[in-house]
Design a protein around this ligand. Sequence first.
Ligand code: NAD
Length: 484
Amino acid sequence: MLDDVDWRGKIFSGGWVAAHGGTLPVTEPATGEVLAEVGQADAQDIDNAVQQAAAAQPAWAETPGPERAALIRRVARLLEDNRAEFEHWLVREGGAIPPKAAFEVDLVLAELWEAAALPTQPWGHLLPTSEAGRESIARRVPLGVVGVISPWNFPQILSMRAVAPALALGNAVVLKPDVNTAVAGGTLIARLFEAASLPAGLLHVLAGDAPAGAALTEHPGVAAISFTGSTAVGRLVGEAAGRTLKRVSLELGGNNALVILDDADLEVASSAGAWGAFLHQGQVCMTAGRHIVLDTVADEYIDRLAARAAQLPVGDPFRGEVALGPLINAKQLSNVDRIVTSTVSAGASVRAGGKYADLFYEPTVLADVTTSMPAFREEIFGPVAPVVVVSTEDEAVAAANDSEYGLVAAIQTGSVERGRAFAARLRTGIVHVNDQTLNNDAFAPFGGTGASGNGTRFGSAHSWDEFTQWQWVTLREQAHGFPF
Ligand code: NAD
């Protein structure tokens, strides 16, 4: 799809245009090769985009729902027909193994089909009225211009889960993808909507760094910001949105517990642990970052997890068949290494991995970890499984809840009732019994608590709350007088 347009070095804002902010290299993390250049937005580009979006949005809001739904369905079909190109960029620019790329495109498709169903659902309800002869209606209206800021780890789904429902419900969108995945999470999405004939001005895609994100967040013409990224940046976005009185959705970091109870099947539990900790090099908000194990099964769990880690091949996912690709960049690598090194210095032992070459970090299992060590306290965002051993179920609950984050948890147990009772004691936005932590359904309420987010939820019906606002409308056949 990209070959059909002149996208190189450009942003998508009223067509493919040069950015005032210049250009950015698109780098393959596995090799360091520069694959292309895209435009880099600055505050002026953001301002231009918001103004165009605001001008285009009212007519889109008036467009009949079935037409908006048809547009989203065309986008989904184009993605189905061109998915190889989308997966290619996820692999080369994002460092994904091909199955992760295919999984992500499947998630995007599911998101699009759900979004396509929104415009033809009821937009409000008739209310009772306190005055005879008056009709009273609550109706949903679009917000206007929605700003979407997305990260690099699952760049297509984390952009599309906001872009598609926001557009479906009559908004215009300005999307700022992360510079590490500007093509996978931005350019390709722009191209899809362009090829599907979205009317001009309704979607702008501008890659850029913190200044572009801050300009979007501060812009008075933006009604709402949908942000997915780190907790540190989420706090800044939340502050700016508060100052400018914008609606803000914050989907932030996670430090998720995978709890292994003493009646778990350890063959299955260690497989869940390896998948949860190492998929996409642990660079997922839902990664199993804290493995909490009851003492009677701890040695066997650690042995099995370490054996699984040791046999997972790491390397260039475009040129070889590997289980783990590279970390996204040197900054990410040095943070993972800092957390592992300082945790080992504090007394933890390395049972697998703990080493790296270039951006390739080996899947790592740390034993003898306590709840005060950095690998337990911090979100690592790398392929590291720190294991903490506890002696009672109460201690396991306390350890699982001992985090400022609250995105997801998972429990492995031989008894679903024991799992259900354990789950009820956790304060996460999501919890899975006899599973691992990485799960997504486009129609389930996705979101976290505490430092993981501000209570916002993604997922089909929840999009109504995120991307529309209520208007109370009353109607009388005839106006009437008042005592004054
Ligand atoms: P990040 O916060 O560094 O960047 C996210 C986005 O914010 C990028 O587009 C970036 O350019 C932009 N940005 C940076 N500074 C900004 C500013 N001052 N104002 C506005 N925007 C700004 O995060 P990251 O490193 O790209 O992503 C990893 C983080 O995202 C992890 O913490 C991960 O857990 C989290 N995450 C959360 C979810 C979720 O759904 N809860 C999903 C995926 C990732």
